[in-house]
Write a protein of this length. Structure first.
Length: 331
């Protein structure tokens, strides 16, 4: 307990900062567990006893090895040690980028959904990736090269695709994006003059807010105990807590700990890594039905996911289908 409030332990997996398209993973996962410290420590000991690895620090990849499949299924199982006491917020990174760039330029959620679902099939994988990379660079606070020219590759791609596929629904959205270039220029100027406290492309900050909202539902107040993150500076933590309280979220505080010293955060670390891998496999069409079913009860309906086909197997009905709505104002 911190300040008299119940504590919820958190960790993430798949963080590449603002590099969402060129990073190492397609999914960002933020996991949280509401376990008493002694229960979490016993769970960690039981995992170590079952796996019997000499490693000093266990990570999710220990549980994800095929030879430890039984341990993984035990951890996620109904009636298992974390069932009903854990939560996962998932972010499909490519969709997050599309939603953010359309939100900046058009402020139209329906257009983001249309572009994300039509774009890959209309343009093909290579050209779609070029579009995503350009959008990612446009939105990054500190892009490579000249910040003032960060939007040029994006709009070259938008113009080229609009001309190449003129009569498609996806190209119609691109033409609207091209017409909004003055808004993109204004954004780059603002970012260059005064870098924002919270980069628009970092999924960690809205995930923390949504985690707090999940655990404080029903009028409760909780304190989040998070694994150490360089991006969680004192100024950002203060603003996250302040804005959450302003918006009626019962966040009593947020403090950082070393996961090696807190069994609860270790369990959150396991769950985040496991969820990221299972969700990534599902996104690639290579999901394991058993593991996907085991993960599903933990996945939050506020997750940010654009591909509704594979989402049907991994999560509950989304509160805002395929939409990252509301998270630009998360802080």
């Amino acid at each position: 307990m911190d300040g008299g409030f119940p504590e919820v332990a958190c960790d993430e997996s798949g963080s590449d900062g603002e590099n969402l398209v060129g990073g190492n993973t397609a999914v960002f996962a933020h996991a949280s567990v509401a376990l008493p410290a002694d229960v979490a420590e016993e769970c960690v000991r039981e995992i170590r006893r079952r796996i019997r690895s000499p490693a000093e620090e266990y990570k999710a990849n220990h549980l994800l090895r095929e030879k430890h499949r039984a341990v993984l299924e035990w951890l996620l199982a109904e009636g298992g040690p974390i069932h009903g006491r854990a939560h996962v917020h998932l972010t499909e990174k490519a969709y997050f980028v599309v939603d953010r760039v359309v939100g900046l330029l058009l402020e139209d959620a329906a257009q983001a959904r249309t572009l994300y679902r039509r774009g890959p099939r209309t343009f093909g994988a290579a050209e779609w990736r070029e579009f995503l990379e350009g959008a990612n660079r446009l939105l990054r606070v500190r892009p490579d090269g000249d910040p003032a020219a960060a939007g040029a590759p994006f709009f070259r791609t938008v113009d080229a695709l609009s001309r190449a596929y003129p009569d498609t629904e996806a190209a119609g959205v691109l033409r609207r994006l091209a017409a909004a270039r003055p808004r993109a220029n204004a954004y780059r100027l603002r970012v260059q003059r005064t870098p924002p406290l919270f980069p628009v492309l970092n999924p960690l900050f809205p995930a923390i807010r949504l985690t707090a909202a999940h655990w404080s539902a029903g009028g409760r107040t909780v304190t989040l105990v998070h694994d150490q993150q360089n991006s969680l500076t004192p100024g950002r933590i203060a603003r996250i807590v302040q804005s959450a309280r302003r918006d009626g979220i019962g966040l009593g505080g947020l403090r950082l700990v070393d996961s090696r010293d807190d069994g609860r955060v270790q369990i959150a670390d396991f769950l985040a890594g496991i969820a990221r891998k299972i969700a990534s496999d599902t996104l690639d069409g290579d999901g394991d039905p058993v593991l996907t079913a085991r993960l599903r009860p933990y996945v939050g309906a506020e997750s940010v996911w654009g591909d509704t086909v594979n989402w049907a197997s991994i999560g509950p009905p989304l509160e805002n289908p395929g939409r990252a709505a509301g998270i630009n104002s998360a802080v």
